[in-house]
Design a protein around this ligand. Structure first.
Ligand code: GLV
Length: 318
């Protein structure tokens, strides 16, 4: 088996992922000691490559592998891959669906939902001023978390939030009918969903249909004084609409992990905005230790004609 590892759109970006490349290579060679592993750009004969593992690969590079049987995205989202205009429409794509990553993202959402609902910043301000003033607790009861996107990760987030006693509703493109979760589906029910939401969590895949979905019209349908947590992709958000919604107090806060330009430029207004928390795309970081065995196993199953859960539906784009 010959596997190519393509990470980073260019040499500079690749360099920033040295640690990731090293870890993935180690995991691959642990599992398959006789593996012929080629790391872009040292690919050797392109016709040898059976399987390519990619994260933000150099655009156009994959079309150079004439015998490629499968592509494995080293991430849950595959927009970085399928937006390559030169990608073959025939090659199956696998993505990471890792319970460990799901735990990370669940913990991230719990942290910031609780930060918001329990008003951690309020207590920090009070401490700075040495104010000891009891008041009734900030309660969950009247807050509703609306999750956009009820795939593998969105569903786990909903379950965890419900477990700690929060009201949760969900919205996705098609009806899910999960027991115990009120879910809304499609464009027709979108505004209904928003009108019941205090904290909006975006877990959507990035597709032409979801690009810029976090915009003025969306924000204006939310309950008063709402909050946004975006863990999808930066391109889901119209940045100027967010700034306007915060200015007008339609939204009181935003927690953002993804940005249309990453790394977020140092002069970007989000960095210093008092009502925005920025994290550098860390809500769920691919863990080679678990992701690599999963992708390798799925690749082998696919070659044997067996069903795999993490196969991307190329028509849907996720
Ligand atoms: C991270 O953003 C991922 O898609 O896995």
């Amino acid at each position: 088996m010959v596997i190519a590892l393509l990470i980073g759109r260019d040499e500079k970006e690749k360099k920033s992922y040295d640690w990731f490349i090293e870890d993935i290579s180690r995991q691959l060679l642990n599992l398959e000691p006789s593996l012929d592993l080629r790391i872009w750009p040292d690919i050797g004969k392109t016709a040898d490559i059976d399987f390519a593992l990619v994260w933000r690969h150099p655009l156009g590079a994959l079309k150079k592998f004439p015998h490629l049987k499968c592509i494995g995205s080293l991430s849950a989202g595959v927009d970085h891959l399928i937006t390559d205009p030169e990608l073959s429409k025939e090659t199956p794509i696998l993505r990471v669906m890792d319970p460990h990553m799901a735990n990370d993202i669940v913990q991230y959402v719990l942290t910031y939902v609780l930060h918001d609902v329990k008003r951690v910043s309020h207590w920090e301000q009070r401490q700075k001023k040495k104010i000891w003033a009891k008041q009734p607790p900030f309660n969950f009861g009247d807050k509703t978390i609306g999750i956009m996107g009820l795939g593998f990760l969105g569903k786990k987030i909903a379950e965890a939030l419900q477990f700690i006693g929060l009201n949760v509703i969900g919205w996705s493109s098609s009806r899910k009918n999960f027991p115990h979760l009120k879910d809304f589906a499609g464009k027709e029910e979108f505004f209904d969903f928003l009108s019941q939401t205090d904290i909006l969590v975006c877990m959507l895949p990035l597709t032409p249909a979801t690009k810029n979905i976090l915009n003025h019209d969306t924000f204006s349908q939310l309950k008063p004084n709402a909050c946004l947590i975006n863990l999808g992709r930066g391109e889901h958000l119209l940045e100027k609409d967010l700034l306007a919604a915060l200015d007008s107090k339609k939204l009181h806060h935003a927690y953002l992990d993804v940005f249309s330009e990453e790394p977020l430029p140092s002069d970007h207004p989000f960095w210093e905005h008092p009502d925005i928390h920025v994290t550098p795309h860390v809500a769920s970081v691919t863990q080679p230790k678990t992701a690599v065995p999963q992708l390798l196993k799925a690749y082998k199953k696919l070659l044997n004609g067996e069903a795999v859960v993490n196969l991307v539906d190329l028509k849907k784009g996720y």
